[in-house]
Write a protein that binds this ligand. Structure first.
Ligand SMILES: C[S@@+](CC[C@H](N)C(=O)[O-])C[C@H]1O[C@@H](n2cnc3c(N)ncnc32)[C@H](O)[C@@H]1O
Length: 254
């Protein structure tokens, strides 16, 4: 079953992680964050809301899940405004944002157009939208010590089919942004270090808890235990640095 974002037992699933320097380098090459008003759509546990805030941005963070947003609020410093709302209908004023950011949101939405239209409405002329997500090619790269996620698909090939269905093609997001009226639509690849784990068991602890990986909600409890054993056989027991490939779509409001 897909993850239920409204279930209080999933409230902390996107908490407890901070953004890596690989991410900071990429976004500061796109937007000058100092003093910028940034809207973080589908903010989850607030990892990237805090990251923008730490760069000097004024951040409004939106998520449709009350328990997830509550966890984000609890784990974030004062000064970030958190609001429960759908990303497609935030209720924020027109034309005030310098940047609208949506990371790992659009693969949960059947259609990107609603988020593209809302970002367009929120941005001032010259403002930037950044959509960070994985295409199915990004999400199903072969397993390795830095991409243990790839082993999920060897163990359970049906998970790859789910990724192919739920992920948006690079051209579809580009087309949605263009149709909405954005200019200078462009894409780039980002290799983001997700997390450094002291050892394999720390990583496997996250997998057992289905932390921060919605695809694991597609497995039954016994399948999840099978996966953990499979991964234990694939991975070295020592330190593990997980690096994910992402696609960044950027565009400018005219
Ligand atoms: C995979 S998490 C990403 C969290 C965060 N952006 C990150 O990258 O760590 C997706 C988040 O989008 C939220 N979400 C899903 N559909 C949404 C919608 N239509 N409007 C607003 N938030 C939504 C979920 O509640 C969840 O917190």
């Amino acid at each position: 079953m897909p993850i239920d974002f409204a279930d209080p037992s999933n409230g902390d699933t996107y908490s407890g992680r901070e953004a890596d320097s690989s991410w900071f380098a990429a976004v500061t090459g796109i937007v000058d964050p100092v003093g910028a008003h940034v809207v973080d759509l589908g903010c989850g546990g607030g990892t990237y809301s805090r990251a923008w805030h730490s760069l000097g941005a004024q951040v409004t963070a939106i998520d449709s899940s009350e328990p997830i947003l509550e966890s984000a609020r609890r784990n974030s410093p004062e000064g970030i405004s958190f609001e429960v709302a759908p990303a497609e209908l935030t209720g924020l004023p027109d034309g005030r944002a310098d940047a609208v950011f949506a990371r790992a949101l659009v693969h949960h939405l059947p259609d990107v157009s609603g988020v593209a239209a809302e970002a367009f409405r929120l941005l001032r002329p010259g403002g930037t939208v950044i959509v960070q997500d994985r295409t199915s090619e990004d999400a199903t790269l072969a397993g390795s010590s830095s991409n243990p996620r790839g082993f999920f698909f060897d163990a359970f090939p049906r998970l790859a089919e789910i990724e192919h269905r739920r992920r948006h093609h690079v051209d579809d997001v580009r087309a949605a942004l263009t149709r909405t009226g954005f200019a200078d639509v462009a894409t780039q690849t980002l290799w983001e270090t997700r997390r450094r784990y002291g050892d394999r068991e720390q990583y496997l602890g996250e997998i057992t808890g289905r932390i921060g990986r919605s695809i694991l909600h597609e497995l039954s409890d016994s399948e999840l235990s099978e996966l953990v054993e499979y991964l234990r056989g694939c991975l070295d027991p020592a330190e593990l640095i997980e690096r994910d490939r992402w696609t960044l779509w950027t565009a400018i409001a005219p």
